[in-house]
Design a protein around this ligand. Sequence first.
Ligand code: FMN
Length: 334
Amino acid sequence: MIQDRKLEHIKICLDKDVNATHNYWDDVVLKHVTIPKKDLDEISTEIEFLGKKLTAPILIDAMTGGHPVAKKINENIAKVAEELGIAIAVGSQRSAIENSNLEDTYGIVAQYDVPLRIGNLGAPQFALGYGEKEVHSAIEMIDAHALEIHFNYLQESVQPEGDRVVKGLIDNLSSLAKKYKLIGKETGAGFDYNSAKLLKELGFVAIDVSGVSGTSFAAVEYYRRGKHGKLFWDWGLPSPYCVLNLKSLGLPLIGSGGLRSGLDLARAIALGADVGGFARSLLKYATKSWQELLSKVQELIEELKIAMFLTGASYISELKQASYVIKGELRFWL
Ligand SMILES: Cc1cc2nc3c(=O)[nH]c(=O)nc-3n(C[C@H](O)[C@H](O)[C@H](O)COP(=O)(O)O)c2cc1C
């Protein structure tokens, strides 16, 4: 059952260390500016992303749905997003497409005035027959402004019940991308330049890089007895490498995979991301209560502002121009 699997993912992500061995954001050092330009309190973190105004460049990224526990988590996330004016994505909506009784576990987010609500479906399903009907119902279910299509072929490869199919996928997505706002998304193994370029040509409106640095779905599946999970634990492209690599495509970019703090978020933006996507680092707060999640996200925003203050950036557009040094393992990739 998909519902059981989803709950198992949440449990493993809360109880086990499923991070990639190395967090490549540690290899990005923002250069200090001795005399800041504005008072810290005057710094603005506002941005416009996919036509929506956000008070900070933060997306609480796709994690869950399809279970009463997941409904509460999604509600906590939506409440905080409304309160703070940031973006959210729900987890894969496949379980509710297949069992409409589960729709409210996602639909709960539509009851909150969130500036940017993003739905989520898996790419392999589009090789197996999903089409306009499923896209339409995922969007309707949460009154979504856009839909993430997640490419999780690493996970599908190491998961006992994985869908390792791609035939017909691109033709199918090509017609859907003409009609709907689709975002291409990875889930922790990163987006390469040519795949992202292909999606841009199809008409996708953004890419969520979700690279190596944080949650490894090979690791998650290892704990679910996935046969090859351990071997492929660190497989993929480092998140900051993906951001740097995809910047020249000129598509809106979500920098994600391993973000832990507002400093990581500042690093992602300085490298070329428009928004930072946080998943597992917020899960335990979202599971506890909306108040705990609220104070954690407020802390992220404070940290982002400090990083902006100390790089001489008063606006996100100025943070994008910040100078940085790349060291350590990330340097090998460049
Ligand atoms: C518990 C959990 C469930 C997830 N479920 C989904 C999902 O349903 N769809 C999806 O696109 N990504 C899913 N992801 C992947 C995240 O959206 C994100 O791309 C990935 O975890 C990397 O970010 P992180 O290192 O901040 O966790 C999930 C992540 C976690 C931790």
